[in-house]
Design a protein around this ligand. Structure first.
Ligand SMILES: Nc1ncnc2c1ncn2[C@@H]1O[C@H](COP(=O)(O)OP(=O)(O)OP(=O)(O)O)[C@@H](O)[C@H]1O
Ligand SMILES: [Mg+2]
Length: 324
């Protein structure tokens, strides 16, 4: 399960600890933190690339959301698009038309924002799903107008960002808690069990008598984070106990939490208490896997970065604008 960075690039995760100076001993590399913060910032703002600049693109088709992210040669996100969608489950595409529609729209929006045509992307499959079984994911992305340059597994994508050699990546997304045990940069054991963000929402619905949509909104309100933490403590404990059961027999020195549900306030303390193992949560854990997917894509070379359709069309349909 090798990563596929190209020579000449220095993505955040490629930096050796020595290169990272004072941050070498920090649980999360400084460059990874910067890139994850940029991934969120770039939901709202765009860093328009220079003409001919190389970009890499990742498409994350998740159970709860689809995230498409473009990164520059240094591994910094330049634009991110995210839409909640229930089009995939357990590595299967359950709504093909919906998945294509949304992915195409997100890619198109990125093209408009960046002013370039995007041609290739990497994708990833959940832990335990053989990349050879990725044809549906691949077809969705191809039907959105992109070539698929790499298919990797989600834990490897996360490991790229966090620079993991040994430890356990726990990905808590919309539907499941997945875990991957790393030894010497290789994933040696994976498991995935129901209990994710949907279960968190169900508990909030019962506790507060609110709808699923209201529960989803409540999760993301900073002012409600403490109420949510108290209400869903048993769910977080269940997630930690799933991991505890699966890692028995493995020497584990560190746990890394990724995925949207890892955004829950205090979840890293619940894991550390339940497992008695150091547990690290990067900033914006929801962005870790999408960023890692983008980092593993083939750079789109300057020749393939054409002017966006809009600017090309306006030049074509209004030649007199340039005449004088
Ligand atoms: N701030 C937050 N606090 C708590 N939960 C959050 C927050 N932001 C997003 N979530 C939850 O994260 C989940 C989506 O996470 P993510 O995008 O990692 O899932 P996914 O990749 O689509 O799903 P899966 O990995 O199960 O296929 C949703 O359940 C969402 O409600
Ligand atoms: Mg996911």
């Amino acid at each position: 399960m090798s990563t596929k960075h190209r020579s000449g690039d220095t993505p955040a995760a490629d930096l050796e600890p020595e290169q990272m100076g004072a941050s070498a001993k920090a649980p999360i590399r400084k460059e990874a933190k910067r890139a994850l913060k940029a991934a969120v910032k770039r939901l709202q703002s765009t860093r328009v690339p220079e003409k001919g600049e190389a970009l890499r693109l990742g498409v994350d088709l998740g159970t709860a959301s689809i995230i498409v992210m473009a990164v520059d040669a240094a591994g910094m996100p330049v634009a991110t698009e995210l839409q909640t969608a229930q089009v995939a489950r357990d590595g299967l595409v359950v709504d093909y038309i919906g998945a294509v529609d949304i992915t195409r729209r997100l890619v198109h929006r990125l093209e408009e924002r960046l002013g370039v045509e995007l041609t290739t992307a990497a994708i990833a499959m959940p832990p335990g799903v053989n990349p050879a079984e990725s044809s549906a994911h691949r077809h969705v992305v191809e039907a959105s107008g992109l070539q698929v340059s790499a298919v990797l597994d989600e834990p490897t994508a996360a490991g790229t960002v966090l620079g993991i050699s040994d430890g356990v990546v726990v990905d808590i997304g919309g539907g499941t808690t997945g875990l991957s045990v790393f030894q010497d940069q290789k994933v040696v054991y994976v498991a995935d069990e129901p209990t994710g963000g949907t279960h968190v929402a169900l508990v909030l619905m019962g506790r507060y008598g609110i709808s699923f949509e209201q529960a989803e909104a409540m999760k993301t309100k900073a002012s409600k984070a403490d109420d949510v933490r108290v209400a869903v403590l048993p769910v977080m404990e269940k997630m930690a106990s799933i991991v505890k059961r699966h890692i028995q027999g493995h020497q584990v020195g560190k746990i890394w939490l990724v995925g949207g549900t890892s955004e829950l306030k205090g979840i890293e303390a619940v894991f550390a208490d339940t497992l008695g193992i150091e547990t690290v949560k990067p900033p914006h854990p929801m962005m870790v896997t999408p960023l890692g997917i983008a980092l593993n894509s083939t750079p789109m070379l300057s020749g393939s970065l054409k002017a966006a359709r809009n600017s090309a069309q306006s030049a074509k349909f209004h030649p007199h604008r340039n005449a004088s």
